[in-house]
Design a protein around this ligand. Structure first.
Ligand SMILES: Nc1nc2c(c(=O)[nH]1)N[C@H]1C(S)=C(S)[C@@H](COP(=O)(O)O)O[C@H]1N2
Ligand SMILES: [Mo]
Length: 338
């Protein structure tokens, strides 16, 4: 029996960083030249600087997230209006912690992600293992504001922090046989209650697995995220590291990854295994190919205001990233290879 404790993420909207303050703070720091240093993890000193400029937007609830320092990225859409931090922290899909949108924030609140190990292996010349601190120190972190489109027809705009997946794969040096990249979430039913109960975990066979073709994985938009809104990830968002593939439905963006395997065969993927006629391997966002049970032509954008105020907007081909990724699918029938 799970005891529902008051989650430390249960912030009031007014406690989280409002979008305007977030942008303002970033601009101030940029003018001071502070965001541009190659220091991946904020020191006590510059964490204090953030505080000095934020004033009342400091969360009052207990929170283990650390500030991160990033460099600007050409792949960030800084004109997108951001989904408030409180919603990104409290409206989640992470079935390992329950199937309701509010479950992960509650049931993952005490999920420990340090220590952590992630292994990159399979068809590579240099298999590698990274520990928790390596994730933050071995790569230059960038902030990338991306659209996130869930297959359930809602969307958010998220200021992720991370590094290109390609950078990680290059360190392992894939062999010429490698055609696909397989990803696996942690399997630990003692720490992930949804894995211990088919009812809580939505009937999924765990661990949650995902995959990309290697050219998709090498695309510069494919990101390993280690943070959002200026800080390390909260457990409900897939701490300590998760994949973010912005042109595909959200379920491809697998959370809390422990293993990446280069392979020559298309790897099995969790939602495809569960309902193959509804969820394909590719799962590219496509307003013209409907889900068998609902339209994908538009989406409910989650912004300021009530969660269920239905501000609908048209869904964009490849979620707005067609210029960058359409070439990957030339000659493919996107109706058949959904
Ligand atoms: N391991 C794992 N990864 C997962 C999921 C999950 O249930 N388990 N849900 C996916 C779905 S459906 C979405 S929409 C996104 C949601 O990410 P967010 O909660 O950080 O917004 O995570 C994806 N990654
Ligand atoms: Mo999703």
């Amino acid at each position: 029996m799970l005891i529902k404790k008051s989650p430390r993420w249960a912030l009031k909207e007014s406690d989280a960083t409002p979008e305007s303050v977030y942008h303002q703070r970033r601009d101030i720091l940029k003018k001071l030249g502070i965001t541009l240093v190659g220091m991946p993890i904020a020191t006590q000193a510059n964490a204090g600087l953030f505080d000095a400029f934020t004033g009342k937007d400091k969360p009052t609830a207990k929170d283990n997230r650390r500030q991160l320092v990033t460099k600007p990225s050409q792949y960030s859409d800084n004109k997108l209006s951001l989904t408030p931090e409180s919603k990104i922290l409290q409206y989640n899909n992470f079935y390992e912690f329950g199937t309701d949108k509010s479950d992960p924030a509650v049931h993952a609140a005490n999920f420990q992600t340090n220590p952590w190990t992630i292994e990159v292996g399979g068809m590579v010349h240099r298999p590698l293992t990274l520990g928790y601190e390596d994730i933050f120190s071995k790569f230059t972190l960038e902030e990338r504001i991306y659209r996130l489109r869930c297959v359930e027809a809602w969307s958010m705009n998220v200021p992720w922090i991370g590094f290109p997946l390609a950078e990680l794969l290059k360190k392992a040096n894939p062999t010429s046989q490698a055609k696909y990249v397989a990803f696996e979430t942690l399997y630990d039913p003692k720490r992930m209650p949804g894995q211990a109960s088919r009812r809580l975990g939505g009937g999924i066979d765990y661990p949650y697995v995902e995959g990309l073709r290697i050219d998709e994985a090498m695309n510069p938009l494919a990101l390993i995220s280690v943070g959002l809104y200026g800080k390390t990830l909260a457990p409900q968002n897939g701490a300590p590291l998760r994949l973010v593939v912005p042109w595909k439905y959200g379920f491809k963006s697998i959370k809390s990854v422990v293993r990446i395997t280069l392979t020559d065969k298309e790897p099995p993927t969790t939602w495809n295994r569960l309902a193959p006629h509804e969820y394909g391997f590719y799962a590219n966002v496509n307003p013209k190919v409907d889900h068998p049970r609902w339209s994908q032509a538009s989406e409910r954008f989650i912004g300021e205001g009530s969660l269920f105020s239905s501000r609908r907007q048209p869904t964009l081909m490849f979620n707005g990233y067609a210029d960058e990724v359409a070439g990957l699918y030339k000659g493919m029938d996107l109706r058949k290879q959904y």
